[in-house]
Write a protein of this length. Structure first.
Length: 259
């Protein structure tokens, strides 16, 4: 009996909470649907994103039906939609309005069928010049162990030094560096090139790395931000393996991406 008046007292607040929450839910549904659609378009596909959203919707109705406190979760739902609105997939561009992010070229390649080789990843225009990006894939993705950072770091230092000093291609080198997945390197060249065009260049570069002895160029505290993370013997081994298994008898299966 003592609780009965309190329940009567709470009912007006509960009804206010219901009326306050329901319009907000209806206003929020298009926002939530928009973000789910955009995230799918952007290929973000976070496995936890849908789970969190479903849990949030369940929790809203759990609080309404079981706990009888819709007003409390109104604030929580406001925060949820504010977080959704902060996602980059709805960031306005410079001109104004919304834009849809597309999958970048390297994410469209079937990495389950990709073999070690030399591939044209993409071609981009920079003013009147064509920039060709090469995918130098040294290990088979998702099939064998990736390279460690120490040997990749040594290959990067030696390869960049060799390429930028090359008598023919030196002034065409834009960039040489490792892939984040640690299965290979990217080489950017000024000009419109095919994979086969750079096979002699890469062969001589990896021979240089394989036969190198002495101190790795730039491997000092003054010249490099992480100079201790170097493994020259392993870099030499990987260079030799890439020469023997890929470059020496390369064919079209190692020069063109799988369809």
């Amino acid at each position: 009996k003592a609780a009965y008046p309190a329940r009567l007292y709470q009912k007006p607040g509960m009804l206010t909470g219901y009326f306050k929450l329901l319009p907000f839910l209806f206003r929020s549904v298009p926002d939530i649907q928009y973000h789910m659609r955009k995230c799918e378009d952007c290929q973000l596909r976070f496995p936890h994103f849908t789970k969190i959203l479903h849990f949030s919707v369940f929790f809203v109705f759990f609080r309404i039906v079981i706990v009888k406190s819709p007003g409390i979760h109104y604030t929580n739902l406001q925060v949820t939609v504010q977080v959704l609105n902060s996602y980059n997939c709805r960031k306005p561009d410079i001109i104004g309005g919304d834009f849809t992010m597309e999958k970048i070229a390297s994410f469209t390649i079937d990495h389950l069928r990709l073999l070690p080789g030399v591939y044209v990843s993409r071609r981009d225009m920079a003013g009147d010049s064509v920039i060709t990006t090469f995918d130098i894939r040294m290990t088979r993705p998702n099939y064998e162990p990736v390279m460690n950072t120490a040997e990749m770091h040594a290959i990067e230092h030696l390869g960049a030094t060799y390429l930028r000093n090359h008598p023919v291609f030196g002034d065409k080198i834009i960039y040489f560096g490792p892939m984040g997945c640690r299965t290979g390197f990217y080489l950017l060249l000024n000009g419109d090139h095919e994979s086969r065009d750079v096979v002699p260049l890469l062969t001589s570069m990896f021979e240089f790395i394989r036969d190198f002895s002495g101190e790795v160029p730039g491997a000092s505290a003054r010249d490099c931000g992480n100079y201790l993370d170097m493994n020259l013997p392993m870099a030499k081994y990987l260079a030799d393996r890439f020469l023997r298994e890929v470059l020496e008898n390369i064919d079209d299966s190692r020069l063109y991406y799988p369809e």
